[in-house]
Structures are given as structure tokens and as C-alpha cells.
Design a protein around this ligand. Sequence first.
Ligand SMILES: [Fe+2]
Length: 210
Amino acid sequence: MSPAPFITSWPAHAARGESLDELVRIYAPELTLVTAALDLSASDRQALAALAASAPLFEFAKETSPEGETLEFALPWMEAHAGGSVWLRHAQTLVALFSDLFEAERIGARLTLSNKPMCPRFHVDNVVCRLVVTFSGAASEFLADDDVRRTLLGAKESVVERGGAPVHRLEPLEVGLFKGEAWPNNVGRGVVHRSPPGDERRLVMTLDLL
Ligand SMILES: [Fe+2]
């Protein structure tokens, strides 16, 4: 019998939901990261992967509304690629969900196609809560709270994870809500995360409360 694959379960402060409805669990005080998979058709997945593989690298950032009205301004960066309209449709769904969850009228949206890690070092975000979804490519990584030496966060070249600590990774198309340090009573508990290493092209969207 071959050995069982090594499976590292997520820490107690992180939860994977079955559907996007479950992202509301981010309000549970004991949770600092909640995720749920986007349910995409095979053709939508292929369109996004093709977009990520062939569009020019870009970074788009824009304030938007619950209706996601200004998101379409990102489309020129995608050079009329078929994946652009697929992205727009799902992005507008996520903006609506995010604004509903936090009763927010103003949302900061950022879409990046890059081939190097944007935030290669483990860090916390000084925000209330950030939605992060990787539409194509390897997704965000995070550490269990118990594995972080927080006093070393921010120091250059420091290794914040304890020796042998597993690095957890979201899946592509898995929507993550990451509590930051500005969430009420969350100082010292923001999710410690980073971009995955490597030079693979990644299409990543983040949403923030403004
Ligand atoms: Fe971050």
C-alpha cells in the first residue's frame, strides 16, 4: 500500500465554506480567514486561463460601487480578450457580495496580471478586511497564527514562520476574506500571508473597503 499523501489541515482560525454564502462567517470572532470556491464553468475557466496566458501584464486599480460600474475600465488592458467579459461578470458578482457583506458603497478594486510575486514576504495588511481571489495561477499563501513569530513581522530579511511550519495555500478561484489589523479587536491577529513564490503568470483581484 502506498503511503497516504501528506495533508495539512487548516488552522482553527481559518475556514473553508461550501459556497459564497458562507463568507458571512468572517463575522465569527474566532475566524480571521474564510474562503469559498467560485463556481465556474469549464469554458469560463479556460477563458480566464487563456487571458492570463496571453494578455500583456498590467495593473488596474479603480474605485467602484456595489454595482461594479467602473470595472469595465479594466477591459482595455485585456485587449478585447474573451476572458475579459468573463472576468467582468464574476468580478461584478464579487463586488456586489463584498459590498453587501460590509454594507459598503465605495469599494477599491485592483486587478493585476503579473509574473512575479507582488508581496513575496509574509505580512499582515493594515485594512479591515480584504477579498482576494486568484483567477488564474497559484493562489495566496498564509500561516497558522501559532506558527508566526509576530515580533519579527516587518523586519527585513526576517523569517517569521517557526521552523517546519506548514505554509497553507488557497486554491485558484477560491475567494478569500482576510481580516487585517484594522478589523475591530484584531490587532496582532491579522492573517499573515504572502504571494506564492515563482514566476508563473497570475491574475489576481483584491477588493477593499474605502
Ligand atoms: Fe497582503
